[in-house]
Design a binder for this molecule. Structure first.
Ligand SMILES: Nc1nc2c(ncn2[C@@H]2O[C@H](COP(=O)(O)OP(=O)(O)OP(=O)(O)O)[C@@H](O)[C@H]2O)c(=O)[nH]1
Length: 355
């Protein structure tokens, strides 16, 4: 497990990346309901304002009653969640998903606004709905995340409530969820262990590095969940190694500097790990698209030749001459003949295009 301290040392070695990066770093704040996402964003925002580095803040939760921080873009200004529920006869979760889907169709405008702020904003913070799966497993959540990650250095911030996670089974289900998001998004990932003003997060760090201590915490529990958590903790060992964890209190602000250092390190990870992988996948996709085009073109040519042969038209001459005008005129002839043939055979939709 990479601790924020070790990464902090790496980050301070050079120029502060948040300072020198041309584009704002996008932080997507995720976490279970009540983990403290909104309070975390509020704390972050007020501290950054105090340092004269106001972030650009976007609220993506259409169902929240109030936003307790200065917000630049609020999904509620674009979509009325209650109206969406009424119009589409949806329940609360369906209403949130549909509102997010509607908002995602306008996301290019959000991108433009964030880009406009590139010169004077280091961080763009996205607060997400408490129903975490609504964002992480929805099409709109994926579109928003992938669009941001393609254009800006993007970091996922996963907020965990350390008070609730003192139960090893709750801790494990939280970590399992974090793991699924990490492997789905493959973006730099920071786990914010929130509410350390109430309970210190040392126990969680110990569980992540020492299987025996986690085993000990589970020893009094012989339920199915406990056995499952035990097995999972062995499996998640690899996942823990890829994680950066920061203890934080969204109420007192403790851990703020450590968090910023972790973001700096995550930006380096974005540039060195995510970007090359993203470019590689883009290249593969472009190659696949180009192969598909060639395959369709070949199929068209072979279908065309086959049809022409059947209709008694010699196509080879035109193809070898590459005479487009001649080819088009004969295509039109073939089309007409084919249409006549189709109608005489009472066939529908047998249309040959010239593309
Ligand atoms: N003591 C303490 N309480 C916190 C901290 N962070 C959040 N809380 C409290 O936890 C509760 C939930 O916080 P929110 O910020 O609303 O949590 P959320 O994740 O945004 O909740 P949803 O919007 O439902 O997803 C509130 O009562 C906060 O005051 C913290 O660091 N310490």
């Amino acid at each position: 497990m990479a601790t924020a301290k070790a990464e902090e040392d790496d980050a301070v070695a050079g120029t502060n990346l948040l300072e020198r990066h041309k584009k704002p770093v996008c932080l997507i704040v995720l976490g279970m309901a009540g983990s403290g996402k909104t309070t975390f964003v509020q704390q972050l925002t007020s501290r950054l304002h105090a340092r004269n580095k106001p972030p650009y803040v976007i609220n993506l939760d259409p169902a929240c009653r109030e936003v307790p921080y200065p917000v630049n873009i609020d999904i509620r200004d674009t979509v009325n969640y209650k109206e969406v529920m009424k119009q589409y006869s949806l329940g609360p979760n369906g209403g949130i998903v549909t509102s997010l889907n509607l908002f995602a169709t306008k996301f290019d405008q959000v991108i433009k606004l964030v880009e406009k702020r590139s010169a004077n904003t280091d961080l763009a913070i996205f607060d997400t709905p408490g129903q975490i799966e609504v964002f992480t497993w929805s099409a709109s959540g994926t579109i928003i995340t992938e669009t941001l990650a393609a254009l800006f250095p993007t970091v996922v911030v996963y907020v965990i409530d350390v008070v609730r996670s003192v139960s090893p089974v709750t801790f494990m289900s939280n970590m399992l969820y974090a793991c699924s998001i990490l492997y789905k998004l493959r973006l730099p990932f920071i786990i914010v262990m929130n509410k350390i003003d109430v309970v210190k997060h040392d126990y969680a760090l110990e569980w992540m590095t020492d299987f025996d201590s986690f085993e000990l915490a589970l020893s009094s529990d012989s339920s199915y969940n406990a056995n499952l958590s035990r097995s999972l903790s062995l499996t998640l060992d690899e996942f823990y190694k890829d994680l950066t964890t920061v203890g934080f209190s969204a109420v007192t602000g403790e851990g703020f500097d450590e968090f910023l250092a972790a973001v700096d390190a995550a930006v380096v990870e974005y540039e060195t790990d995510y970007c090359p992988e993203h470019d590689r996948l883009q290249k593969l996709q472009a190659e696949a698209r180009s192969k598909d085009k060639t395959r369709q073109k070949d199929k068209f040519e072979s279908d065309f030749q086959e049809t022409s042969r059947k209709l008694g038209v010699t196509t080879g001459r035109y193809v070898s001459q590459s005479n487009e005008i001649l080819l088009r005129s004969h295509l039109s002839t073939v089309n007409k003949m084919f249409a006549r043939l189709s109608s005489s055979l009472m066939l529908r939709g047998a249309n040959l295009t010239s593309e």
